[in-house]
Design a protein around this ligand. Structure first.
Ligand SMILES: [Zn+2]
Length: 287
């Protein structure tokens, strides 16, 4: 099974996770820019983070045989904080960098006016820089949030096939299917949207425009949920080719629209002692 996790926050994960992901078949991923748990207080906090995504984290993933890409944006939650919104002026210089495959995560958190303004602005950046967009949908009042999200996407004029609307469930998938956008599903260990419900959604809606991710971050989450969904698909009667469509070909097709994917295989799948800015993922040699 070859796996491309289209949404995972590796900055919050350990090298054990990278090793387990590689063993399960993960060879590529996308890390969307998001918030840190701890609120940011300045634009500099964003730029250090963005530099980390395109620099250190890409290097770290490569040391474990995994191709790392990222998306760049002001996230919905911090769009409400005036100390953060000036980052919008800095985004263009990141959107043209290698390995930046979309604008994201953008969208609504609490459905405020400030969130909508940042969302609409960043949809225009995506049009201007010819990038796809990763749209987060709110965890509360998901149906209303998804409806409003699709209206803002429509008003922006961006082509729907360049948009993935993420964190969907049985209640919201139909709206997004109808709108012509890609459908993203985050499979979490302790919430309703598990791999078995995902298989039922795939059986009902088919595999086209479907993206399955672990959305693993610093909260309760599981970086192997993509693999577990693949296993559940096979147990549910889907073919290996169906699994490859959902877990590999679809993310490659969606993010490939950026022209910035880097999928040539890496030679090493365990750390070599190479360094990035003087830092290695090794901690001393065995004597
Ligand atoms: Zn996320």
């Amino acid at each position: 099974m070859r796996i491309f996790d289209p949404h995972i926050h590796m900055t919050s994960r350990t090298t054990d996770d990278y090793e387990a992901m590689y063993a399960a078949g993960v060879r590529a991923l996308v890390e969307p820019a998001f918030w840190l748990g701890q609120p940011r207080t300045s634009v500099g906090s964003f730029t250090d983070y963005f530099d980390g995504l395109i620099g250190w984290e890409r290097f770290r993933a490569s040391q474990f045989g995994i191709r790392h890409h990222c998306t760049i944006a002001l996230n919905p939650k911090e769009a409400n904080d005036p100390r953060c919104t000036d980052v919008l002026d800095v985004l263009p210089r990141y959107l043209t960098k290698d390995g930046v495959v979309a604008v994201g995560e953008v969208g609504y958190d609490s459905m405020t006016e400030a969130e909508e303004k940042a969302f609409a602005h960043q949809l225009q950046l995506a049009v201007e820089y010819e990038l796809p967009v990763l749209v987060h949908t709110p965890h509360r009042d998901k149906l209303a949030g998804t409806k409003r999200t699709l209206e803002v996407v429509r008003e922006s004029g961006i082509a729907p096939e360049r948009v993935v609307v993420d964190h969907l469930n049985e209640v919201t998938v139909g709206l997004v299917a109808e709108a012509g956008c890609w459908m993203g599903f985050s499979i979490y260990p302790h919430t309703k949207m598990d791999e078995h419900r995902m298989v039922a959604i795939l059986a009902e809606y088919g595999t086209a425009r479907m993206l399955v991710n672990s959305a693993a971050d610093w909260g309760r989450s599981d970086p192997l949920k993509t693999y577990r969904t693949g296993q559940a698909m096979l147990a549910g009667g889907f073919t290996e080719s169906d699994v490859d469509t959902v877990l590999w070909r679809n993310p490659v097709e969606f993010y490939g629209q950026s022209g910035n994917l880097m999928l040539d295989p890496l030679e090493e799948s365990s750390p070599t002692g190479a360094t990035f800015e003087g830092n290695s993922v090794l901690r001393g040699a065995r004597q």
